[in-house]
Design a protein around this ligand. Structure first.
Ligand SMILES: Nc1nc2c(ncn2[C@@H]2O[C@H](COP(=O)(O)OP(=O)(O)O)[C@@H](O)[C@H]2O)c(=O)[nH]1
Ligand SMILES: [Mg+2]
Length: 224
């Protein structure tokens, strides 16, 4: 009976400490003029696949880097590093989300002023990462057409905290009974401001609009 309130208090303090570090990171990112976006999703929706394409394409004209979080393995960092962009893996062990302090340590030795974009791929799950500010300018939630239209309703916090949503794997639509309009309506019932991108990291469909959005985001960061 006496333990639960203490646990709640400890968790609240950790979150508060995270917000302080996240605020410092956001100031550093703004001062350096780097556009920082974090990608959140359930495992397997295609964050790494999208980022592989994105890092490759954007690095033609911009200075791009990525941090990637997973409980174990450096597999995603190895995939992203093939783009030639600087990439660091954050291995979280048993922790189901990235925290601002992990991002701060992973950035040690990097000159933020030399970057236009920094992408952060969070640990794959639609629950824990919602509650942790990483200093990013926006969270981007990725979900795919194989996951069901109701995911925004089941994981509302993640869709509420995200400013943008990517609906990925649209190349699979002919083989599924996924209702795109319903999925988008569900997401917008949670967050009416959500801006959507429909993509396939497999065929490249929809990626031009995604890149154009990112290029305009970095121009906005540079003139801020
Ligand atoms: N058909 C199809 N498969 C995809 C697409 N994007 C990712 N995948 C596949 O989905 C699986 C999980 O992708 P991954 O990028 O590792 O997802 P993550 O866990 O969110 O980083 C891999 O087998 C990818 O090749 C897509 O747009 N279409
Ligand atoms: Mg991944």
């Amino acid at each position: 009976m006496t333990r639960e309130p203490r646990l709640v208090e400890v968790r609240r303090n950790i979150l508060k400490q995270n917000d302080v570090i996240a605020r410092e990171l956001r100031e550093q990112f703004t001062d350096a003029g780097v556009c920082v976006a974090s990608m959140v999703s359930s495992p397997g929706s295609g964050k790494t696949a999208l980022l592989e394409d994105t890092l490759t394409r954007l690095s033609e004209n911009h200075r791009v880097a990525a941090l990637v979080g997973d409980l174990a393995t450096e597999n995603d960092a190895a995939r992203l590093a093939r783009s030639g962009a600087p990439v660091r893996q954050i291995t979280t062990g048993t922790v189901c989300h990235l925290e601002a302090a992990m991002v701060r340590s992973a950035l040690e030795g990097w000159q933020l002023g030399e970057l236009d974009f920094l992408f952060v791929e969070n640990v794959g799950n639609l629950v824990c990462p919602a509650g942790w500010d990483l200093g990013e300018v926006a969270k981007i939630v990725v979900f795919s057409v194989t996951e069901g239209e109701d995911k925004p309703l089941k994981y509302p916090a993640m869709f509420r905290k995200s400013r943008y949503a990517v609906l990925n794997k649209i190349d699979l639509l002919p083989y599924l009974e996924f209702d795109v309009a319903l999925a988008m309506a569900n997401a917008r019932s949670i967050n009416p401001e959500l801006q959507f991108f429909l993509t396939s990291a497999r065929t490249g469909e929809g990626l031009e609009a995604w890149y154009e959005f990112l290029r305009s985001a970095v121009r906005a960061t540079a003139t801020a």
